[in-house]
Design a protein around this ligand. Sequence first.
Ligand code: SF4
Length: 430
Amino acid sequence: MKRRRHAKNLPNMLYADPKGRVYDHPHYKMTGFSGKTPQPLSADDLIPMPEYSKLFFIPDCPAVGWDPSRKEYVTVPEVETEGALTKSFAVAAFPEAGLVRSHLPAADYRRKTYTLPMWGYTAVGYGDDKYWIAAFRVEDNAKWDPRNYDDRKLVPAIKRYVKQSSSGPLLNHLIACATTNHCFAAKNLFLRRWEAPMPVSRGCNSSCLGCLSLQKDPSCEASHQRISFKPTREEIVSIAVRHLNEAPEPVVSFGQGCEGEPLTEYRLIAESIREIRRRTDRGTINLNTNGSSPERIRMIAESGLDSIRISMNSARKGFYEAYYRPKGYGFKDVVASIALSEDLGLYTMVNYLVFPGITDQEAEIEALEKLIRKTGLHFLHLKNLCIDPQLYLDSMPASKSAAVGMKTMAGMLAKAFPGMDMGYFNRPLR
Ligand code: SF4
Protein backbone atom coordinates (compact mmCIF):
# COMPACT_ATOMS: atom_id res chain seq x y z
CA MET A 1 0.00 0.00 0.00
CA LYS A 2 1.40 3.42 -1.09
CA ARG A 3 2.68 5.48 1.92
CA ARG A 4 0.42 8.49 2.43
CA ARG A 5 2.08 11.94 2.61
CA HIS A 6 0.74 15.28 3.86
CA ALA A 7 -0.06 17.69 1.04
CA LYS A 8 2.43 20.58 0.75
CA ASN A 9 -0.17 23.35 1.18
CA LEU A 10 -2.48 21.83 3.72
CA PRO A 11 -5.43 23.97 4.81
CA ASN A 12 -5.38 25.23 8.39
CA MET A 13 -6.96 23.23 11.18
CA LEU A 14 -10.36 24.57 12.25
CA TYR A 15 -11.57 24.88 15.80
CA ALA A 16 -14.60 26.41 17.50
CA ASP A 17 -14.98 28.30 20.77
CA PRO A 18 -17.68 27.35 23.33
CA LYS A 19 -20.16 29.61 21.48
CA GLY A 20 -19.61 27.66 18.30
CA ARG A 21 -17.72 30.43 16.51
CA VAL A 22 -15.33 28.85 14.02
CA TYR A 23 -11.69 29.93 13.59
CA ASP A 24 -8.73 28.60 11.60
CA HIS A 25 -5.55 27.94 13.55
CA PRO A 26 -2.52 30.10 12.66
CA HIS A 27 -0.07 27.20 12.84
CA TYR A 28 -1.66 23.73 13.01
CA LYS A 29 -2.84 22.15 9.80
CA MET A 30 -5.94 20.14 8.83
CA THR A 31 -5.92 16.37 9.20
CA GLY A 32 -8.56 13.65 8.99
CA PHE A 33 -9.31 10.31 10.63
CA SER A 34 -9.61 6.87 9.06
CA GLY A 35 -11.51 5.02 11.78
CA LYS A 36 -9.83 6.10 15.02
CA THR A 37 -6.49 6.97 13.38
CA PRO A 38 -5.27 10.40 12.20
CA GLN A 39 -4.01 10.21 8.64
CA PRO A 40 -1.99 12.47 6.31
CA LEU A 41 -4.21 14.28 3.80
CA SER A 42 -2.87 14.49 0.27
CA ALA A 43 -3.92 17.19 -2.20
CA ASP A 44 -5.91 14.48 -3.98
CA ASP A 45 -8.08 14.03 -0.89
CA LEU A 46 -9.27 17.64 -0.73
CA ILE A 47 -11.97 19.58 -2.58
CA PRO A 48 -13.43 23.05 -1.94
CA MET A 49 -16.50 22.69 0.29
CA PRO A 50 -19.68 23.29 -1.80
CA GLU A 51 -21.99 26.03 -0.47
CA TYR A 52 -24.90 23.78 0.55
CA SER A 53 -22.70 21.75 2.88
CA LYS A 54 -23.15 22.26 6.65
CA LEU A 55 -20.60 23.01 9.40
CA PHE A 56 -20.83 21.63 12.95
CA PHE A 57 -18.73 22.00 16.07
CA ILE A 58 -18.40 19.04 18.45
CA PRO A 59 -18.76 20.18 22.09
CA ASP A 60 -16.38 18.64 24.68
CA CYS A 61 -14.15 17.25 21.87
CA PRO A 62 -10.84 19.07 21.28
CA ALA A 63 -9.66 19.36 17.66
CA VAL A 64 -6.71 17.30 16.43
CA GLY A 65 -4.32 18.92 13.98
CA TRP A 66 -0.98 18.38 12.25
CA ASP A 67 2.02 20.34 13.54
CA PRO A 68 4.12 20.93 10.39
CA SER A 69 7.18 22.09 12.37
CA ARG A 70 7.33 19.17 14.83
CA LYS A 71 5.92 16.73 12.25
CA GLU A 72 3.41 15.27 14.72
CA TYR A 73 -0.33 15.21 15.45
CA VAL A 74 -1.51 17.45 18.27
CA THR A 75 -4.70 17.56 20.34
CA VAL A 76 -5.69 21.17 20.97
CA PRO A 77 -7.96 21.65 24.04
CA GLU A 78 -7.35 25.39 24.31
CA VAL A 79 -6.34 28.19 21.94
CA GLU A 80 -5.44 31.86 22.50
CA THR A 81 -8.30 33.51 20.60
CA GLU A 82 -8.72 37.28 20.36
CA GLY A 83 -6.29 37.70 23.27
CA ALA A 84 -7.97 35.22 25.62
CA LEU A 85 -7.33 31.51 26.22
CA THR A 86 -10.51 29.70 25.27
CA LYS A 87 -11.59 26.07 25.20
CA SER A 88 -11.45 24.82 21.62
CA PHE A 89 -13.58 22.14 19.99
CA ALA A 90 -13.37 20.17 16.79
CA VAL A 91 -15.24 21.25 13.66
CA ALA A 92 -16.83 18.91 11.10
CA ALA A 93 -18.61 19.34 7.78
CA PHE A 94 -21.62 17.55 6.25
CA PRO A 95 -21.07 17.55 2.48
CA GLU A 96 -23.72 18.24 -0.14
CA ALA A 97 -25.38 15.12 -1.55
CA GLY A 98 -23.41 13.33 -4.27
CA LEU A 99 -20.11 13.61 -2.37
CA VAL A 100 -18.49 10.73 -0.49
CA ARG A 101 -16.28 11.67 2.47
CA SER A 102 -12.82 10.11 2.47
CA HIS A 103 -11.94 11.11 6.06
CA LEU A 104 -13.74 11.60 9.35
CA PRO A 105 -13.27 14.80 11.37
CA ALA A 106 -10.09 14.95 13.50
CA ALA A 107 -11.49 15.04 17.01
CA ASP A 108 -10.65 13.70 20.48
CA TYR A 109 -13.92 12.15 21.73
CA ARG A 110 -12.61 10.96 25.13
CA ARG A 111 -14.53 13.57 27.17
CA LYS A 112 -17.80 13.30 25.17
CA THR A 113 -20.75 11.88 27.19
CA TYR A 114 -23.59 12.42 24.66
CA THR A 115 -24.43 10.91 21.25
CA LEU A 116 -24.05 13.14 18.21
CA PRO A 117 -27.13 13.42 15.94
CA MET A 118 -27.16 11.53 12.64
CA TRP A 119 -25.02 13.39 10.12
CA GLY A 120 -22.15 12.23 7.87
CA TYR A 121 -19.38 14.06 9.78
CA THR A 122 -16.45 14.87 7.51
CA ALA A 123 -12.95 16.35 7.92
CA VAL A 124 -12.80 20.09 7.08
CA GLY A 125 -10.11 22.81 7.04
CA TYR A 126 -9.60 26.38 5.83
CA GLY A 127 -7.10 27.85 3.37
CA ASP A 128 -6.90 30.26 0.37
CA ASP A 129 -10.07 31.98 1.66
CA LYS A 130 -12.21 28.89 1.48
CA TYR A 131 -13.22 25.74 3.34
CA TRP A 132 -11.80 22.41 2.15
CA ILE A 133 -13.33 18.99 2.82
CA ALA A 134 -11.91 15.47 2.50
CA ALA A 135 -14.35 14.05 -0.04
CA PHE A 136 -14.84 13.10 -3.70
CA ARG A 137 -17.83 13.35 -6.04
CA VAL A 138 -19.51 10.07 -6.95
CA GLU A 139 -22.50 11.59 -8.77
CA ASP A 140 -23.49 15.01 -10.11
CA ASN A 141 -27.29 15.04 -10.53
CA ALA A 142 -29.28 18.24 -11.11
CA LYS A 143 -32.44 16.54 -9.81
CA TRP A 144 -30.98 16.45 -6.31
CA ASP A 145 -29.03 19.69 -6.50
CA PRO A 146 -30.16 22.01 -3.64
CA ARG A 147 -29.92 24.92 -6.11
CA ASN A 148 -33.00 23.47 -7.85
CA TYR A 149 -35.15 23.54 -4.73
CA ASP A 150 -36.57 27.03 -4.25
CA ASP A 151 -39.11 27.06 -1.39
CA ARG A 152 -40.62 30.30 -2.73
CA LYS A 153 -42.05 28.09 -5.50
CA LEU A 154 -42.97 25.24 -3.12
CA VAL A 155 -45.72 26.85 -1.03
CA PRO A 156 -47.81 28.04 -4.03
CA ALA A 157 -47.23 24.61 -5.61
CA ILE A 158 -48.63 22.88 -2.49
CA LYS A 159 -51.70 25.15 -2.58
CA ARG A 160 -52.31 24.29 -6.26
CA TYR A 161 -51.77 20.58 -5.61
CA VAL A 162 -54.16 20.45 -2.64
CA LYS A 163 -56.86 22.34 -4.59
CA GLN A 164 -56.85 19.55 -7.20
CA SER A 165 -56.86 16.58 -4.80
CA SER A 166 -58.88 15.11 -1.97
CA SER A 167 -56.98 15.63 1.27
CA GLY A 168 -56.07 12.71 3.53
CA PRO A 169 -53.60 11.80 6.31
CA LEU A 170 -50.88 10.71 3.84
CA LEU A 171 -51.08 13.97 1.89
CA ASN A 172 -50.92 15.98 5.14
CA HIS A 173 -47.92 13.91 6.25
CA LEU A 174 -46.16 14.63 2.94
CA ILE A 175 -46.90 18.36 3.22
CA ALA A 176 -45.13 18.31 6.61
CA CYS A 177 -42.25 16.31 5.10
CA ALA A 178 -41.84 18.93 2.34
CA THR A 179 -42.15 21.99 4.55
CA THR A 180 -40.83 20.91 8.00
CA ASN A 181 -38.37 18.08 7.24
CA HIS A 182 -37.35 19.70 3.92
CA CYS A 183 -37.38 16.30 2.25
CA PHE A 184 -36.47 16.86 -1.43
CA ALA A 185 -38.55 13.85 -2.56
CA ALA A 186 -41.64 15.27 -0.82
CA LYS A 187 -40.99 18.69 -2.41
CA ASN A 188 -40.85 16.94 -5.81
CA LEU A 189 -44.35 15.55 -5.30
CA PHE A 190 -45.77 19.06 -5.06
CA LEU A 191 -43.43 20.46 -7.73
CA ARG A 192 -44.71 17.54 -9.88
CA ARG A 193 -41.38 16.21 -11.05
CA TRP A 194 -38.88 13.38 -10.70
CA GLU A 195 -38.80 11.12 -7.57
CA ALA A 196 -41.61 11.30 -4.95
CA PRO A 197 -41.93 9.43 -1.63
CA MET A 198 -44.58 6.92 -0.49
CA PRO A 199 -44.11 6.20 3.23
CA VAL A 200 -46.46 3.50 4.60
CA SER A 201 -44.84 1.65 7.52
CA ARG A 202 -44.79 2.37 11.27
CA GLY A 203 -42.93 -0.75 12.41
CA CYS A 204 -39.49 -2.17 11.66
CA ASN A 205 -37.72 -5.51 12.14
CA SER A 206 -34.30 -3.86 12.45
CA SER A 207 -32.96 -1.60 15.20
CA CYS A 208 -30.25 0.36 13.40
CA LEU A 209 -27.77 2.24 15.58
CA GLY A 210 -28.27 5.25 13.31
CA CYS A 211 -32.00 4.94 12.66
CA LEU A 212 -33.24 8.27 11.21
CA SER A 213 -36.80 7.89 12.44
CA LEU A 214 -36.45 6.22 15.83
CA GLN A 215 -33.77 6.83 18.46
CA LYS A 216 -33.95 5.44 22.02
CA ASP A 217 -30.91 7.38 23.30
CA PRO A 218 -32.33 10.54 24.99
CA SER A 219 -29.23 12.56 24.05
CA CYS A 220 -29.76 11.97 20.36
CA GLU A 221 -32.98 13.06 18.64
CA ALA A 222 -34.19 11.17 15.55
CA SER A 223 -33.87 13.26 12.35
CA HIS A 224 -37.41 12.47 11.16
CA GLN A 225 -40.82 12.09 12.74
CA ARG A 226 -41.84 8.48 11.96
CA ILE A 227 -45.24 8.10 10.26
CA SER A 228 -47.83 7.25 12.92
CA PHE A 229 -50.68 5.79 10.84
CA LYS A 230 -51.26 3.23 8.09
CA PRO A 231 -52.29 4.98 4.86
CA THR A 232 -55.19 3.55 2.87
CA ARG A 233 -54.63 1.82 -0.44
CA GLU A 234 -56.92 4.39 -2.07
CA GLU A 235 -54.85 7.37 -0.92
CA ILE A 236 -51.56 5.68 -1.90
CA VAL A 237 -52.88 4.80 -5.34
CA SER A 238 -54.38 8.23 -6.08
CA ILE A 239 -51.19 10.11 -5.10
CA ALA A 240 -48.93 7.65 -6.94
CA VAL A 241 -50.97 7.49 -10.18
CA ARG A 242 -51.21 11.27 -10.33
CA HIS A 243 -47.43 11.64 -9.92
CA LEU A 244 -46.58 8.91 -12.44
CA ASN A 245 -48.92 10.42 -15.02
CA GLU A 246 -48.01 14.09 -14.54
CA ALA A 247 -44.31 14.32 -13.63
CA PRO A 248 -41.34 14.25 -16.04
CA GLU A 249 -39.13 11.14 -15.40
CA PRO A 250 -41.39 10.07 -12.54
CA VAL A 251 -40.39 7.69 -9.77
CA VAL A 252 -42.56 6.71 -6.79
CA SER A 253 -40.51 5.26 -3.92
CA PHE A 254 -41.79 3.19 -1.02
CA GLY A 255 -39.34 3.13 1.95
CA GLN A 256 -38.43 6.61 3.24
CA GLY A 257 -36.47 8.12 6.13
CA CYS A 258 -39.73 9.06 7.86
CA GLU A 259 -40.99 5.50 8.24
CA GLY A 260 -40.07 2.04 9.52
CA GLU A 261 -39.44 -0.91 7.21
CA PRO A 262 -41.86 -1.10 4.22
CA LEU A 263 -41.69 -4.92 4.11
CA THR A 264 -43.76 -4.88 7.33
CA GLU A 265 -46.60 -3.60 5.07
CA TYR A 266 -45.86 -5.89 2.09
CA ARG A 267 -49.52 -6.76 1.41
CA LEU A 268 -50.61 -3.11 1.32
CA ILE A 269 -47.68 -2.26 -0.99
CA ALA A 270 -48.35 -5.23 -3.32
CA GLU A 271 -52.09 -4.44 -3.58
CA SER A 272 -51.33 -0.74 -4.16
CA ILE A 273 -48.78 -1.43 -6.91
CA ARG A 274 -51.16 -3.85 -8.64
CA GLU A 275 -53.85 -1.13 -8.70
CA ILE A 276 -51.37 1.59 -9.73
CA ARG A 277 -50.20 -0.52 -12.67
CA ARG A 278 -53.83 -1.31 -13.61
CA ARG A 279 -54.29 2.47 -14.05
CA THR A 280 -50.93 3.53 -15.56
CA ASP A 281 -47.76 1.93 -16.96
CA ARG A 282 -45.82 5.21 -16.88
CA GLY A 283 -42.75 5.84 -14.73
CA THR A 284 -40.83 3.78 -12.20
CA ILE A 285 -42.09 2.20 -8.97
CA ASN A 286 -39.20 1.69 -6.54
CA LEU A 287 -38.81 0.09 -3.12
CA ASN A 288 -36.15 1.20 -0.59
CA THR A 289 -35.86 -1.58 1.98
CA ASN A 290 -33.65 -3.43 4.46
CA GLY A 291 -34.12 -6.56 2.31
CA SER A 292 -35.05 -8.71 5.32
CA SER A 293 -37.56 -11.01 3.55
CA PRO A 294 -36.94 -12.50 0.07
CA GLU A 295 -40.47 -13.96 0.03
CA ARG A 296 -42.15 -10.62 0.68
CA ILE A 297 -39.93 -9.04 -1.98
CA ARG A 298 -41.05 -11.73 -4.44
CA MET A 299 -44.71 -10.90 -3.73
CA ILE A 300 -44.13 -7.15 -4.24
CA ALA A 301 -42.01 -7.73 -7.35
CA GLU A 302 -44.76 -9.87 -8.91
CA SER A 303 -47.28 -7.06 -8.30
CA GLY A 304 -45.39 -4.77 -10.72
CA LEU A 305 -42.38 -3.27 -8.92
CA ASP A 306 -39.62 -1.93 -11.23
CA SER A 307 -36.59 -1.33 -9.03
CA ILE A 308 -35.35 -2.06 -5.53
CA ARG A 309 -32.70 -0.49 -3.28
CA ILE A 310 -31.50 -2.67 -0.40
CA SER A 311 -29.54 -0.97 2.39
CA MET A 312 -26.49 -2.34 4.17
CA ASN A 313 -23.52 -0.89 6.08
CA SER A 314 -21.27 -3.85 5.38
CA ALA A 315 -20.89 -7.03 3.32
CA ARG A 316 -19.50 -8.75 6.45
CA LYS A 317 -22.10 -10.53 8.61
CA GLY A 318 -20.63 -9.40 11.95
CA PHE A 319 -20.49 -5.74 10.95
CA TYR A 320 -23.97 -5.86 9.37
CA GLU A 321 -25.62 -7.42 12.41
CA ALA A 322 -23.76 -5.11 14.84
CA TYR A 323 -25.30 -2.10 13.07
CA TYR A 324 -28.78 -3.34 12.00
CA ARG A 325 -29.41 -5.51 15.09
CA PRO A 326 -31.93 -7.51 13.05
CA LYS A 327 -35.03 -9.07 14.67
CA GLY A 328 -36.22 -12.33 13.11
CA TYR A 329 -33.94 -12.21 10.06
CA GLY A 330 -30.20 -12.28 9.35
CA PHE A 331 -27.52 -11.13 6.93
CA LYS A 332 -28.04 -14.21 4.72
CA ASP A 333 -31.66 -13.13 4.09
CA VAL A 334 -30.45 -9.75 2.86
CA VAL A 335 -27.97 -11.34 0.44
CA ALA A 336 -30.72 -13.73 -0.75
CA SER A 337 -33.02 -10.74 -1.34
CA ILE A 338 -30.43 -8.99 -3.54
CA ALA A 339 -29.87 -12.14 -5.61
CA LEU A 340 -33.62 -12.84 -5.89
CA SER A 341 -34.35 -9.24 -6.94
CA GLU A 342 -31.85 -9.56 -9.76
CA ASP A 343 -33.33 -12.94 -10.76
CA LEU A 344 -36.85 -11.47 -10.82
CA GLY A 345 -35.67 -8.80 -13.29
CA LEU A 346 -35.81 -5.83 -10.91
CA TYR A 347 -33.24 -3.06 -11.36
CA THR A 348 -31.31 -4.01 -8.26
CA MET A 349 -29.40 -1.48 -6.18
CA VAL A 350 -27.52 -1.65 -2.89
CA ASN A 351 -27.60 1.43 -0.65
CA TYR A 352 -24.07 1.01 0.76
CA LEU A 353 -23.68 3.06 3.94
CA VAL A 354 -19.97 3.90 3.88
CA PHE A 355 -17.61 4.87 6.69
CA PRO A 356 -13.86 5.69 6.33
CA GLY A 357 -11.67 3.16 8.13
CA ILE A 358 -14.31 0.38 7.96
CA THR A 359 -15.71 0.33 4.41
CA ASP A 360 -12.26 0.65 2.83
CA GLN A 361 -10.74 -2.21 4.81
CA GLU A 362 -9.27 -4.90 2.54
CA ALA A 363 -11.45 -7.55 4.22
CA GLU A 364 -14.59 -5.47 3.54
CA ILE A 365 -13.70 -4.88 -0.10
CA GLU A 366 -13.11 -8.61 -0.55
CA ALA A 367 -16.50 -9.42 1.04
CA LEU A 368 -18.27 -6.81 -1.08
CA GLU A 369 -16.68 -8.03 -4.31
CA LYS A 370 -17.83 -11.56 -3.44
CA LEU A 371 -21.39 -10.29 -2.80
CA ILE A 372 -21.48 -8.33 -6.09
CA ARG A 373 -20.23 -11.36 -8.05
CA LYS A 374 -22.78 -13.62 -6.32
CA THR A 375 -25.81 -11.33 -6.78
CA GLY A 376 -25.02 -9.44 -10.01
CA LEU A 377 -26.40 -6.20 -8.62
CA HIS A 378 -26.79 -3.31 -11.10
CA PHE A 379 -26.07 -0.20 -9.06
CA LEU A 380 -24.07 0.56 -5.93
CA HIS A 381 -24.99 3.70 -3.99
CA LEU A 382 -22.07 5.07 -1.98
CA LYS A 383 -23.87 6.90 0.88
CA ASN A 384 -22.11 8.49 3.82
CA LEU A 385 -23.31 6.67 6.93
CA CYS A 386 -24.89 9.35 9.13
CA ILE A 387 -23.92 8.47 12.70
CA ASP A 388 -21.80 9.54 15.69
CA PRO A 389 -18.31 8.31 14.62
CA GLN A 390 -17.37 7.25 18.15
CA LEU A 391 -20.63 5.28 18.62
CA TYR A 392 -20.16 3.45 15.31
CA LEU A 393 -16.49 2.61 15.83
CA ASP A 394 -17.12 1.38 19.38
CA SER A 395 -20.03 -0.79 18.17
CA MET A 396 -18.30 -2.54 15.24
CA PRO A 397 -16.34 -5.80 15.64
CA ALA A 398 -12.58 -5.34 15.98
CA SER A 399 -10.60 -5.88 12.77
CA LYS A 400 -6.91 -5.55 11.95
CA SER A 401 -7.64 -5.40 8.21
CA ALA A 402 -5.79 -2.44 6.62
CA ALA A 403 -7.83 0.47 5.20
CA VAL A 404 -6.80 1.39 1.64
CA GLY A 405 -8.63 4.75 1.43
CA MET A 406 -12.22 5.43 0.34
CA LYS A 407 -11.30 6.82 -3.08
CA THR A 408 -8.99 3.86 -3.74
CA MET A 409 -11.80 1.50 -2.75
CA ALA A 410 -14.22 3.17 -5.20
CA GLY A 411 -11.59 2.92 -7.92
CA MET A 412 -11.00 -0.78 -7.22
CA LEU A 413 -14.76 -1.51 -7.46
CA ALA A 414 -15.15 0.46 -10.70
CA LYS A 415 -12.22 -1.50 -12.20
CA ALA A 416 -13.47 -4.90 -10.95
CA PHE A 417 -17.10 -4.30 -12.07
CA PRO A 418 -17.13 -2.11 -15.20
CA GLY A 419 -20.76 -3.15 -15.88
CA MET A 420 -22.03 -2.01 -12.49
CA ASP A 421 -23.07 1.62 -12.00
CA MET A 422 -22.00 3.56 -8.92
CA GLY A 423 -23.55 6.77 -7.67
CA TYR A 424 -25.68 8.37 -5.00
CA PHE A 425 -29.28 8.64 -6.27
CA ASN A 426 -32.07 6.31 -7.45
CA ARG A 427 -32.67 6.12 -11.20
CA PRO A 428 -35.83 6.48 -13.28
CA LEU A 429 -36.06 3.46 -15.57
CA ARG A 430 -38.58 4.77 -18.09
S1 SF4 B 1 -34.27 -0.29 8.72
FE1 SF4 B 1 -34.80 1.90 8.60
S2 SF4 B 1 -36.54 2.23 9.96
FE2 SF4 B 1 -35.60 0.22 10.47
S3 SF4 B 1 -34.25 0.67 12.17
FE3 SF4 B 1 -33.06 0.77 10.27
S4 SF4 B 1 -33.12 2.94 9.61
FE4 SF4 B 1 -34.72 2.62 11.15
